[in-house]
Design a protein around this ligand. Structure first.
Ligand code: NAD
Length: 434
């Protein structure tokens, strides 16, 4: 099958590489010509474990190609996936669909034989039908169907998530397009992956409802962690006790500095806008967002209190900037909400991150100093904050940490270390919800 992937970001590149691994003939296109140039040179523009190898393998076999020319791939495609960004629209919190609609317009005039055009981007209900309308407006004789196939991969684990997903959700208009998508996803069907065919609207909403539910779970446990601190309960014991109930499940019950990343913040906002437009209630999601903001503010206070009530003229070593480990994605990372506030109050930041520093330089205030060596970031710092639980931060040599710090203050926003052990090692140790 011939597949064109529009968009070579986290979702487009991973999906393109994985579909080629399934046996499809994939061409990936991006409007960013520099990105395509890099890919053609064999460079991978994002950090995602395993992606470089998978790209290389499928490029070599000839089943994966990159192009900056749509004429060469659209007319012969059986399927075209739209995997472009849908960021928050400035000013109103709605999903910005301009990239999706531009992609639809770009491809419309080039359609030839029957093609299925699939939204893989996270898009509000009604978008697939709007894409259809746009294509008809631009090419009234085109033979095509639209479908909605939202993506559930997690950055940092994206290839495994794509190759072994919990489920695949596909919204279709008719049997003809369903059959084409069934064939593409045949390799997943054959290993028993549940493939849920739905109408277009339900598929679009499943994605938002899932992300909003997960964000709510995080906010829920973060809110319980506040109570834990007040009543001297341990959030991990509480979460374990809750999670053993199979109706609740043990995932997404880890407290931290609040959720972030390229999906939860924008998708919860977009779902609220969608609900407002349809005069439906979204109070639980509104509360989840509010609790997330409160959590970030609490982390600022936690750091300030650990520094003796004032961060002015203090130096903070910050380990981890990305919203989670194993990605270079800095979009809406909690560090972007927490660090500028401290800097504004006169705090100096020495930062380290294994993959996110290049991206962070454009997003954090210029005052931040970046270090490629973890322990150099700690030199003469008044305290250290563990912001993201990268594996390399999980076995720090605490003797060196103590030696480097001006005072042994360790603020662990991911609860990586054990409070009693850290106390024994002589640290003033602060964590979340215990
Ligand atoms: P991204 O920003 O990493 O990549 C988007 C790419 O699309 C960019 O390279 C951009 O240049 C390109 N693009 C923009 N307009 C284009 C056009 N008209 N034609 C071709 N390319 C175009 O975005 P992403 O993180 O891959 O997310 C893509 C979509 O998938 C979003 O809707 C997102 O919500 C959703 N999603 C993301 C994740 C994730 O973890 N990143 C997971 C599931 C779903």
């Amino acid at each position: 099958m011939k597949v064109t992937m529009l968009g070579c970001g986290y979702v487009g590149l991973v999906s393109g590489a994985c579909f080629s691994e399934f046996g499809a003939n994939v061409t990936c296109y991006d409007v960013d010509k520099n990105r395509i140039k890099k890919l053609l040179r064999g460079e991978v523009p994002i950090y995602e474990p395993g992606l470089e190898l998978l790209l290389k393998k499928n490029i070599q076999t000839g089943s994966l190609k990159f192009t900056d020319n749509l004429n060469g791939c659209i007319p012969t495609s059986d399927l075209i996936f739209i995997a472009v960004g849908t960021p928050t629209r400035r000013g109103d919190g709605h999903a910005d669909l301009s990239y999706v609609f531009q992609a639809a317009k770009d491809l419309a005039g080039l359609l030839n034989d029957y093609t299925v055009i699939v939204d893989k981007s996270t898009v509000p209900v009604g978008t697939a039908r709007n894409v259809k309308r746009l294509i008809v407006e631009n090419n009234s004789s085109a033979d095509f169907d639209v479908a909605s196939n939202p993506e559930f991969l997690r950055e940092g684990n994206a290839i495994t998530d794509f190759m072994r997903p919990d489920r695949v959700v596909i919204g279709v208009e008719n049997k003809r397009s369903e059959d084409v998508l069934k064939k593409l996803y045949g390799p997943l069907n054959s290993i028993g992956t549940p493939i849920l065919f739905t109408d277009l609207e339900s598929a679009e909403l499943i994605k938002y409802a899932s992300n909003a539910f997960l964000a709510t779970k995080i906010s829920f446990i973060n809110e319980i962690s506040i109570l834990c601190e007040e009543v001297h309960a341990n959030i991990h014991t509480v979460a374990k006790g809750m999670g053993l109930d199979t109706r609740i499940g043990n995932k997404f019950l880890s407290p931290g500095p609040g959720y972030g990343g390229s999906c939860f913040p924008k998708d919860t906002q977009a779902l609220i806008r969608m609900a407002q437009e349809h005069r439906a209630s979204s109070r639980i999601i509104e509360a989840a967002i509010e609790v997330n903001e409160i959590q970030k503010a609490r982390m600022i206070k936690k750091i300030r209190d650990a520094l003796g009530g004032d961060e002015h003229d203090k130096t903070l070593a910050v380990l981890g900037l990305t919203f989670k480990p194993e990605t270079d994605d800095m979009r809406d990372a909690p560090s972007l909400g927490i660090l500028p506030n401290l800097i504004e109050n006169g705090c100096r930041i020495n930062a380290h991150d294994p993959q996110g520093m290049d991206e962070a330089k454009d997003l954090l205030p210029n005052e931040v100093c970046y270090f490629t060596n973890i322990y150099s970031a700690l030199d003469d710092a008044d305290a250290v904050v563990l912001m993201t639980e990268w594996e390399i931060y999980q076995n720090l040599d605490m003797n060196i940490v103590k030696e480097k710090l001006k005072s042994p203050i360790f603020i662990d926003l991911r609860n990586v270390y054990q409070p009693d052990k850290m106390k024994l090692l002589g640290f003033n140790y602060y964590s979340v919800g215990r």
